[in-house]
Design a protein around this ligand. Structure first.
Ligand SMILES: *Cc1c(COP(=O)(O)O)cnc(C)c1O
Length: 461
């Protein structure tokens, strides 16, 4: 099972590339000294849900390579789209110029989201930065004639939120291990109680808890709306908090509250977009379940941040989508009322062509419908995990998670290493074990995933 069929005819051997990487590459989110004990895994080839190392050992990619991969590695449709674009145009600056892939992608995203203006960058954190700057700048433009009112400069986010790690994004992130060191550099923001159901009182329903959190949000917003630019949230699942899931009624209430008190709602769909939660975008759940939104309040956020899955995991790309109303507040004879923000690779044609191919797969293969079946099949197999000392077994669309009860303070690391030894790339967050696999995973691969997870968790509790 573990031996790859692929043969390797050239290139560096495992140990050689590991040593050279440690000498020259500063790896992300890593205390580099740890690699004295835990070897790097040099990956040579990806195929479907599998990553193959330079010596032919393979790992099932249960985390979609940090949540970016949607349709497997080495996907011929996305690959061919990039190859075709490569023969036409690799890149051109997007200020003063345009090209077919970026136009088509913007039109598609407008149709899918209902927000008609797309601004591009290359990673998720930059999308957060752009949404924050646009929101702030909108209020500034709106109140340019009445400076006494132009005080909407602050942001709020959820407790345990994650919106990226550049300084602006870190300012609205609430993960101590990423944030505390840099606290003196950061913009202040306030955190609202998280509706993550794990935080509910015993006996309280997910819905009742979400409504209670929404009441606290309303209390805060009603008192501070004069100084608030926007509320940024991860709709439905706070992934970096350990797949913290919450009832969709919170989304609905958040939209109502933000509309009522004139505060922007920014949906950070960087992780949950593109079908992860069972709908194309997680904010769409706002209209589900208990009744409809108050009349005249559309369920749409004012901004949507997209990245990660947008190119199927092929190339770095992010987008911020917004409304006509916000766009129009920048449209003016004055240069500085415009949004003077840019990144060199904004709207890169290769990345846009990968995104177009990704969206074509959603359409042609009816992915959202198909994933309902796939998700149900995986949920059925989750019962095999009942022998583990877990709590809060949960799922939302194509995200599956459970929290392990253990006294082992190094559980996450031990489980990661043990899973690797069993041919599985699993990366627990604290005591939360989760699967966010590519949508192309087969039944046999799900079986492998379940069995290897059982072994890894047993070996590390
Ligand atoms: C990953 C992530 C980001 C940051 O994206 P990067 O591309 O890593 O900068 C922001 N928000 C959420 C919800 C994420 O999951």
């Amino acid at each position: 099972m573990r031996e790859a069929k692929t043969s390797y005819n050239s290139g560096m051997r495992n140990q050689d590339i590991i040593n050279r990487s440690l000498q020259s590459v500063w790896h992300p989110c890593t205390q580099m000294k740890r690699h004295e004990q835990f070897p790097l895994i040099p990956i040579k080839l990806g195929q479907g849900v599998w990553l193959h190392d330079a010596e032919g050992k393979r790992y099932l990619d249960a985390v979609s390579s940090w949540w970016v991969n949607l349709f497997g590695h080495n996907n011929s449709r996305i690959k061919n789209a990039i190859k075709q674009q490569l023969d036409m145009l690799e890149h051109v600056m997007l200020a003063g110029f345009t090209h077919e892939p970026v136009v088509k992608l913007s039109e598609k995203l407008a149709k899918l989201t209902g927000l008609g203006h797309a601004f591009y960058a290359s990673d998720g954190a930059s999308a957060t930065e752009i949404a924050l700057k646009m929101s702030f700048h909108y209020w500034r433009n709106l109140y340019s004639e009445t400076p006494d009112k132009a005080n909407k400069t602050k942001f709020i986010s959820l407790q345990n939120s994650y919106h990226g790690e550049t300084l602006g994004a870190l300012g609205v992130t609430d993960v101590a291990i990423f944030k505390d060191t840099y606290a003196p550099l950061l913009m202040q923001s306030a955190q609202m109680p998280s509706p993550d159901f794990r935080l509910a009182e015993v006996g309280e329903s997910a819905e009742a808890f979400a409504l209670r959190c929404a009441d606290a949000l309303e209390q805060y917003v009603s008192e501070h709306s004069h100084e608030l630019a926007a509320f940024i949230i991860e709709p439905l699942v706070q992934c970096a908090a350990g797949m913290g899931m919450y009832h969709p009624v919170y989304l609905k209430r958040a939209r109502e509250i933000c509309t009522q008190y004139e505060v922007h709602l920014i949906a950070d769909e960087i992780a949950v977009g593109f079908g992860r939660t069972g709908k194309m975008f997680a904010y769409e759940w706002a209209t589900e379940g208990n009744g409809h939104l108050t009349e005249n309040i559309k369920a749409l956020p004012d901004f949507i941040c997209l990245s990660k899955g947008i190119t199927g995991g092929y190339l770095p790309l992010s987008a911020v989508l917004t409304t006509d109303k916000i766009y129009q507040a920048f449209y003016d004879d004055s240069t500085v009322r415009g949004f003077l923000h840019s990144h060199s690779y904004t709207g890169n044609p290769l990345a846009c062509s990968a995104a177009l191919a990704t969206l074509a797969i959603f359409e042609e293969d009816h992915i959202i419908e198909q994933n309902k079946i796939l998700s149900a099949n995986i949920v059925e197999k989750l019962s095999a995990l009942n022998e583990l000392p877990h709590v809060h077994l949960r799922h939302q669309g194509m995200i599956f998670a459970f929290d392990v009860q253990t006294k082992n303070t190094k559980f996450a690391r031990d489980c990661y290493v043990s899973a690797l030894n069993n041919g599985l790339l699993l990366r627990p967050i604290g005591n939360t074990v989760y699967w966010m696999p590519p949508y192309t995973i087969s039944e046999a691969e799900v079986d492998f995933l379940v069995q290897a997870t059982l072994k890894a968790v047993h070996a590390s509790v």
